[in-house]
Design a protein around this ligand. Structure first.
Ligand code: ISE
Length: 343
């Protein structure tokens, strides 16, 4: 069976997913597209032979569409995901599932009413080979219990529309999800430290910042978020356990030695750095639609990340100090999903 996919939102991420589905993956075909910019939608649709829809709702309801991908801007996600659930169609939604925990709860309620897991959130780092190897080491118990994790999330630059809260809700959200998955537990407090600011930032940003999270068992995670570092896209992570450490190796790129020294290539964007993870993630999603069995990060994971981000934004915006993170208990409906450990 070929999964007939409709995509809502044709920015960089949407177009990268289309190229991957069309040129790299098997089992899926993009048959429908939708974007606020109709000229862009037509240009993307033409080489694919896909239908252009001017409204997300009509794309979601279309008979020719089996499954939906939502790659529009975060605030528009809720409406599309709810409509897909209402139509009983599987939906892959780029992160964030929705910008607030309250909106994620509405999505969970709709999914529960539909009676099956339909939504998957685009937390692609769970599919990255290096993070998976880190998790395997920690899960083996060979270096004892993890005590601290040091992360860095560096972007070369961000556009001017990037608002101060996005350092948490759009950028650090990846570490929030990856750390929940890596440690297998939830976070209970969030705090933000504000180092000296780079002169390369827009004045409205605190850049860099350090988000500090504490887990239920007391593991302390610090995440340096630096979104104007200029030199490249650099993701670091080191877990310190009782008798050893495990960290992401430097990027999977070539190393060059010559008379000028020893150089590693640095990725330039998330699409470049997480290329393999995106491929594995989307192939797994297409397969899960084919066999009718949801896998991967669920709406629960979208909600849990949003609660932590809500607390992080509160810590960043005011003088709130350490903010308590209060989550609902995991509903029984989500207790058997495979989202904590992706196979
Ligand atoms: C972007 O939306 C992403 O998801 C990237 O992975 C992240 O590095 C970047 O900061 C976000 O804006």
């Amino acid at each position: 069976m070929t999964v007939r996919i409709g995509i809502i939102g044709l920015g960089g991420m949407g177009q990268a997913h289309i190229a991957r589905i069309t040129n790299v993956l098997s089992g899926g075909k993009v048959v429908a597209v939708c974007d606020l910019d109709l000229t862009r939608a037509k240009a993307v649709a033409e080489p694919l032979g896909a239908t252009v829809y001017s409204e997300g709702a009509s794309l979601i309801g279309a008979e020719e569409v089996d499954a939906i991908m939502v790659t529009s801007l975060g605030p528009a996600h809720e409406e599309s995901v709810l409509a897909a659930i209402e139509a009983g169609k599987p939906v892959f939604c780029e992160k964030p599932l929705a910008p607030t925990a309250a909106a994620c709860l509405r999505i969970m309620a709709a999914e529960e009413k539909a009676g099956r897991l339909l939504a998957q959130v685009g937390f692609m780092r769970r599919y990255d080979q290096s993070y998976r190897q880190m998790k395997a080491v920690l899960d083996s118990g060979e270096i004892g219990e993890p005590l601290m994790v040091h992360c860095a999330h560096r972007n070369p630059t961000v556009p001017q529309i990037y608002t101060a809260d996005m350092a948490i809700t759009d950028t650090a959200i990846h570490e929030v999800d990856t750390m929940r998955w890596l440690l297998g537990e939830e976070f209970v407090t969030a705090r933000v430290d504000r180092p000296k600011k780079t002169r390369n930032r827009f004045p409205h940003l605190q850049d860099p910042l350090i988000l500090i999270l504490e887990s239920e068992s007391g593991v302390r995670v610090d995440d340096e978020v630096f979104v104007n570092i200029q030199y490249g896209y650099d993701i670091r992570c080191e877990a310190v356990a009782e008798t050893g450490t495990v960290s992401l190796a430097d990027q999977n790129k070539i190393e060059r030695r010559d008379s000028h020294g020893h150089h590693n290539e640095v990725a330039t964007s998330h699409i470049d750095r997480f290329d393999g993870a995106f491929t594995t993630e989307l192939q797994a999603w297409i397969r899960s639609v084919e066999i009718g069995e949801a896998s991967g990060p669920s709406s629960w994971d979208g909600y849990a990340a949003a609660v932590v981000c809500d607390a992080g934004v509160k810590a960043l915006m005011g003088d709130a100090g350490t903010v308590a993170i209060e989550m609902i208990d995991r509903p029984a409906f989500y207790s058997n999903d495979s989202s904590v450990v992706v196979g």
